[in-house]
Design a protein around this ligand. Sequence first.
Ligand SMILES: Nc1nc2c(ncn2[C@@H]2O[C@H](COP(=O)(O)OP(=O)(O)OP(=O)(O)O)[C@@H](O)[C@H]2O)c(=O)[nH]1
Ligand SMILES: [Mg+2]
Length: 681
Amino acid sequence: MSTLNLGILAHVDAGKTSLTERLLFAAGVIDEIGSVDDGSTQTDTLALERQRGITIKSAVVSFAVGGRTVNLIDTPGHPDFIAEVERVLTVLDGAVLVISAVEGVQAQTRVLMRTLQRLRIPTLIFVNKIDRAGADDERVLRDIRARLTPSIAAMGSVTGPGTLGAAVTPYGPADTAFTARLADLLADHDDAFLAAYVADEAAAGYGRLAAGLAAGTARALMHPVFFGSAITGAGVDALTRGLAELLPAAGADPGGQACGRVFKVERGAAGEKIAYARMFSGTLHVRDRLRFGQGRDGKITAISVFDRAPAAPGASLRAGQIGKLSGLRDVQIGDTLGRAGEARDTDDTASEPSQFAPPTIETMVVPGRDGDRGALHVALVELAEQDPLINLREDDARQEILVSLYGEVQKEVIQATLATDYGIAVGFRESTTICIERPAGSGAAVEFIAVPPNPFLAGVGLRIDPAPPGSGVSFRLEIQPGALPLAFRKAVEETVHQTLRAGLYGWQVTDCAVAMTHSGYYPRQSHAHATFDKSMSSTAGDFRHLTPLVLMDALRLAGTGVHEPVQRFRLEVPADTIGPVLPALAGLGAAVGSPAMRGSSCLLEGEIPASRAAELERQLPGLTRGEGLLETAFDHYRPVRGTAPVRSRLDHNPLNREEYLRRLRGAGSSTSRDNRGSMCI
Ligand SMILES: Nc1nc2c(ncn2[C@@H]2O[C@H](COP(=O)(O)OP(=O)(O)OP(=O)(O)O)[C@@H](O)[C@H]2O)c(=O)[nH]1
Ligand SMILES: [Mg+2]
């Protein structure tokens, strides 16, 4: 029995949750179709989702099509919740990208399609809402070709678009125009097919074309396009067949070494952690002891498996399946799971570059009552477990708590969640834009063991080099792999990642490659007569304490530049309002291309610093009689013009060596052995 782990992705409101509901109904899992507008769907189950009619968290449902189990993950479309989509991408065998037949390709549609293509995730396109007034299937097809990809195959035709009677007729072997278009598409991507086709057109029999389309789809080279309506059910049968015939099943080796991935964490009724995981190979059983992340472990106390129905208790979770695991107290989103004691394929702990932009605003959370500060901390730590990108930062001295966010809707959701789930009323101080730092050049530094002024029993040399935009932080060894025990190497690597959270201006340093160029340590005294002597043996603490000193020295030599996030925008305004709109855009630092007239409206596209986008949204109704339509999506980072902004410094990196060492000494007066390390100063 094959399994397909399928993501449904789209711009907000395109109809993902409604389509999910319709697919569950068609597969016989539910007897009645729930509605987003009534708050009665299977996947929008949070009270907030039902109140607002939008999806906030990803949710899994399971059903059968054509002898195949489909585990469908309904994702949020609002850009404030893009982090939910990001985590889901790592566990998918295929995706359906939903596009509204009325609105066509939208800002987030493009962001998602680019990412699906980059990750080579096989993707079908579903053009939804053909029943809604204004639906135009031909226009949307042109739009997809021009703005997403030309490698598409429309799989049917629509009659009566824009009416409740809108219907879809799937194409078949007898449609010669369809088969000719398929042959052209395959010939574009497959030289063997092209040669056979040129030699003999009859070689392109329908069976060959259908197989070629499935193969091209599986390789994410081409994208079949289906039409339909989640509300009336038109076209949904053809899409369902497409799920069974055109998308590849999960490759699965249940007997192999256990390997899975956590893509969602939630709390159960009693506050216990529940991890949603997809298995890539091997099989997990209840009571298995697992290891995950960097050195954490735990024992599975219960498993629920998604298998053509709501998750049900099971004894095991096999390769290809998705299930909920209980008992893993320290598990985190994004963790790779394996069985304790089994060898890892790799010891590499480098962070994977993210597929989407990180949050671009930071805001201070202020409890309504001062007495709630402790409870607020606990609540936010729990929320950060479910969404690590909120990147909780605290300053005990100043009693400040800061979170990173994508936008105002996410802020409102956090506020409402704190109020309803935790009983804590909070407000927010004004948000600031989160910048990043990139190294301006290369820099290297080294501290040798037992050579003053190095106060630690460790030797570390590091070099930092710039890396391409979007590549994140990588770490590699330029010493012999055996030259440094694994525990020390890990300590250096982890500390490198931690240290780079705050660069010379206090912002996350990214798009750089860090190389370890030197190491030195004193081995543990292991003679029978000698007990462990910390004054003579290196510890992981020595490496943790020394690494920030060396890395910040290297970074100072490299220098860094502060970069601010820039958004791409698409703005449709009534043509007669262009007079006031253009100077307002210029005043906000936007760069605009030449306006394109579209009947009585005018289309403007360009770039705007993220810090000014909210202001544009505020001004727009006044400038356009409330008729302006704005879409924005993160595009890139660019160097800040003028004075580089400095981030409020909560992370204590050794910008000042003396102060850093003083602080460590202060920490050493506590009972923590690790903090004391073996600082011989
Ligand atoms: N007429 C019509 N309306 C639809 C169709 N599909 C969805 N809708 C409506 O569009 C709105 C949004 O639908 P959802 O299913 O919540 O869209 P979504 O993509 O899940 O939205 P988010 O998860 O918030 O991004 C709701 O009011 C639906 O009733 C359709 O095929 N036809
Ligand atoms: Mg939804």
